[in-house]
Design a protein around this ligand. Structure first.
Ligand SMILES: *[C@@H]1O[C@H](CO)[C@@H](O)[C@H](O)[C@H]1NC(C)=O
Length: 471
């Protein structure tokens, strides 16, 4: 482990043009990106409504036709001269900030843009069958009115099922259900040779089933997924608990929030997340589903965080540091998407005054800017600047290491806020990218059970060198 005592020397450098471009990017964002985003969102919304109005049979039929188009296109490829197979999706459309320079080289494009429909929501099997471009906002809009939800709803509306499976996805319920890919029941995949297969955990394609998560789309084209649904209630009863003390104590408070109450495994909160605001301050949040009757009882506070003028969620949670612990009821769907409007705290970088009262009232309904449009309008200078200076980093660390990890991140970067989100790591029949430490069954650590190790996602998203820009 690095020496955490000696502070790092942080070199000074002069501001250059691109620093100013980043600093004044909000001008472009307000006048171009936000209005365009709103139009696109409206258009997508209409598209979803249109798709939802078609019968299930019709959607399924269109799906099969579209799969056949992919197969046909793959057969046109001449491996000797056509280069690697890629989706035709432009890199800036994805929410992820991964460097996708490989798409600048010659490649053979396959268009998957038609795969954006919910094919079926089956309350009997408790499974939703969806196409890969279906996003979280679309899916919760369809399932929540049925008192159903995906077990893991990643928070940003724009995150797609395909990305969450081929990459990974996590949410405050992952300490119960695991990563997004752990909630998948079956995958329909077009292989490079044009075969269409359905992979499940125990059929002949189980290796593919377990191989796809984290594969970044390298094993084939995902064309639909069947995902587990859970029953939900209309409200989330959320408790905000402040903690003040050194990072080790913040980590302990977080571990306590994940732990079952009174040691009873049945008493695990439905949702847990932690926010670390400085080297000595954090707020832990635990949520439990609640019925409308319970929420509306006299004396209970209902907070509809989804309204456009509401304070940004991470700042709202931060008020617990002053107010002390408090409890409120949040409509469930609004809770799921609590970080959408401000893109966690990335919104603050893009629109430094976006969190102000006047801005929220006047323009909050235009938020968030569509990440794809931000990326499309940034130009090479800002793009490269972000690659060099901006960090969006997910660290998956065992729960018992969170204190050490926080201290390490503090020493190396000193950036806040940080997001903590627990997830259960299942012991799978095959080795995957993250796998329990060998022998973990014999060394139970904080939060572990005999069949799963408890991990944490520690999410960093900020300019580590922000002091350069005086943000
Ligand atoms: C969802 O649950 C509420 C309250 O329990 C109930 O009133 C409502 O009818 C349910 N909706 C559906 C579609 O089952």
């Amino acid at each position: 482990m690095a020496d955490l005592q000696t502070p790092l020397v942080r070199p000074k450098r002069k501001k250059v043009l691109v620093d100013y471009l980043v600093q004044f990017r909000w001008i472009l964002v307000i006048f171009v990106v936000l209005p365009a985003s709103a139009l696109i969102y409206f258009n997508i919304y209409l598209g979803d409504m249109w798709s939802a109005m078609k019968s299930e049979k019709k959607r399924q039929k269109e799906h099969e036709e579209n799969v056949q188009k992919v197969v046909k296109r793959l057969k046109q490829r001449n491996p000797k001269k056509d280069g690697l197979v890629c989706t035709a999706r432009k890199p800036w459309i994805a929410v992820g900030m991964r460097n996708v320079d490989y798409k600048r080289a010659r490649h053979f494009e396959v268009d998957l843009s038609a795969f954006r429909n919910i094919l079926e929501i089956d309350p009997e099997r408790m499974v939703a069958k969806v196409e890969p471009l279906v996003n979280m906002g679309q899916i919760s809009r369809a399932t929540c009115p049925m008192n159903l939800s995906l077990a893991v709803v990643a928070e940003l509306d724009d995150l797609t099922v395909g990305g969450l499976i081929n990459g990974y996805g996590i949410e405050g319920s992952s300490h119960i259900y695991g990563l997004f890919s752990d909630t998948v029941v079956a995958l329909e995949i077009v292989l490079a040779d044009g075969r269409v297969v359905r992979a499940t955990k125990d059929n002949e394609y189980s290796d593919l089933f377990y191989g796809v998560p984290w594969s970044q789309g390298t094993l084939g084209f995902l064309v639909s997924a069947e995902i587990k649904l859970i029953p939900i209630k209309e409200y989330m009863r959320l408790t905000y608990t402040p903690v003040k003390g050194p990072l080790k104590e913040v980590a302990q408070a977080y571990a306590d929030a994940v732990a079952p109450r009174d040691g009873d495994p049945a008493k695990v909160p439905d949702f847990v997340e932690g926010m670390v605001y400085s080297a000595t301050e954090g707020v832990m949040m635990t949520g439990v589903y609640a019925s409308k009757e319970e929420a509306k009882k006299k004396g209970n506070k209902i907070n509809s965080v989804g309204w456009w003028f509401k304070p940004w969620f991470y700042q709202h949670a931060q008020t617990a540091l002053k107010k002390g612990e408090f409890v409120e009821y949040i409509p469930t769907r609004e809770y799921y998407h609590r970080h959408t409007r401000c893109l966690y705290w990335e919104g603050k970088l893009i629109l430094p005054f976006g969190d102000q009262f006047w801005f929220r009232f006047l323009f909050g309904w235009l938020m968030p800017p569509k990440v794809s449009l931000l990326k499309a309008t940034q130009g090479d200078a800002i793009r490269n600047y972000y690659h060099d200076n901006h960090v969006i980093q997910d660290m998956l660390v065992p729960l018992y290491k969170v204190g050490d990890a926080l201290e390490f991140v503090h020493h190396e970067m000193e950036v806040y806020p940080l997001w903590l989100c627990p997830h259960r790591l299942f012991k799978l029949p095959v080795k995957t990218m993250i796998y329990p430490e060998p022998g973990f069954e014999h060394h139970q650590r904080q939060g572990d059970t005999s069949y799963a190790q408890m991990f944490t996602e520690l999410w960093i998203n900020w300019f580590p060198f922000a002091w350069l820009l005086n943000y």
